[in-house]
Design a protein around this ligand. Structure first.
Ligand SMILES: [Zn+2]
Length: 366
């Protein structure tokens, strides 16, 4: 996740103010982020110009790659790439950010790289001071840290992310949140089960592609175990691979990791829906921390240099979200709205405590 220090000139304007809170059916919320996954792939599927070795850096033969992800229409391509998102989330919830339909979602932090994005979505506003992924512990409390102080949430709020920097973004030391991040092996049970021991061995013996970012597949095992045993009410899940493979210039693996991330999100949804605590009372918000550039080269990178990196997408599914499917037109949605939206689903008014936080996304709340 490359840091970029320049400042984005275009300012994002905030947006639809909404109801502060709901007293709906949602008792549990999960914010899920696939790092640097572009709206272009979400809404139109694989990009034909990049399905090759030359521009897309693919090691897979072109014919095999096309067989996997190329289809005649955008609707077919995106369903082939994201079967859970389009087969379940969009059919039973809402998805914002298809610019070809005039639906705009974007970051307001002016930077379009990771730490500013995760900060914006989790605190409710952009912080200009955060100008690097190596910034260190976040001075601002997140909505997760805030919720964890209520009696009915204390100890039931957890952060699971592949990227080690989440320990800083969610300020592990100050927040006291449960944080499973990076290559730190998950604690597992005491004494460790054979499954815990195997997972710890894999964490310790796998050669990292990125020393700060563990493979999504390892985190997924720890995540599912934690959900089943600790039953959190508020959860953050961060998957990093989609960003890493783009920076490596491997479009074939961007698509494979995007496809697998979609499956992991579906697996988490199914796992939770099979548990009485979560069935019919859990809302997922699924999004990305930033977009990327376009064309034959700039898809690999993101930031102020790569035009369009401010554009994101946001999907919501849960018992309180009207089924409006793929959104068309409407005011631009900004990433900062996510924090108050998470709280509103749980009946909490985040802006009463943090007035500068952006308004919740009214259309996804009853
Ligand atoms: Zn990156």
């Amino acid at each position: 996740m490359l840091a970029c220090l320049a400042i984005l000139i275009a300012a994002a304007s905030p947006v639809s103010a909404g109801a502060a809170q709901t007293a709906g059916k949602t008792q549990n919320v999960v914010l899920i982020v696939s790092d640097g996954l572009r709206w272009q792939e979400i809404f139109t599927g694989a990009e034909e110009d990049l399905l090759n070795d030359n521009a897309g850096g693919s090691w897979l033969p072109e014919a095999d790659l096309r067989k996997r992800y190329w289809r005649a229409t955008a609707a077919e391509r995106r369903e082939a790439l994201f079967p859970f998102l389009w087969g379940t989330v969009a059919k039973r919830g809402q998805i914002f950010g298809n610019q070809t339909l005039g639906s705009i979602a974007r970051v307001s932090n002016g930077k379009a790289f990771s730490y500013p994005g995760y900060n914006e979505m989790s605190t409710g506003f952009a912080n200009d001071v955060i100008d690097s992924n190596e910034f260190g512990p976040n001075p601002t409390q997140s909505v997760f840290e805030w919720l964890n102080k209520f009696d009915d949430f204390r100890g039931r709020v957890a952060i699971f992310g592949t990227w080690g920097v989440f320990k800083d973004i969610f300020n592990e030391r100050r927040s006291g949140l449960v944080i499973q991040a990076g290559w730190t092996p998950p604690p597992g049970q005491i004494p460790p089960t054979p499954r815990d021991a195997l997972l710890r061995r894999l964490y310790a013996t796998t050669t990292p592609l990125d020393e700060e970012d563990v493979d999504n597949s390892f985190l997924q095992v720890a995540l599912l175990d934690y959900v089943k045993s600790a039953r959190p009410r508020m959860l953050f899940v961060g998957y990093g691979e989609t960003d890493n493979w783009a920076h490596q210039g491997r479009y074939d693996l961007v698509l494979d990791s995007a496809h697998r991330t979609d499956a992991f999100i579906g697996e988490l949804w199914d796992t939770m829906q099979a548990m009485p605590q979560y069935r019919g009372s859990t809302t997922f918000i699924i999004t990305t921390d930033h977009g990327r550039g376009g064309g034959l080269t700039e898809w690999k990178e993101h930031g102020v240099e790569e035009k369009g990196s401010e554009n994101i997408w946001v999907a919501v599914i849960g018992p309180d979200t009207p089924v409006l499917g793929e959104r068309r037109g409407g005011p631009a949605l900004v990433q900062a709205q996510i924090a108050a939206t998470l709280a509103a689903f749980l009946g909490k008014d985040y802006r009463a405590a943090v007035p500068r936080a952006a308004a919740p996304i009214a259309d996804v709340l009853h």
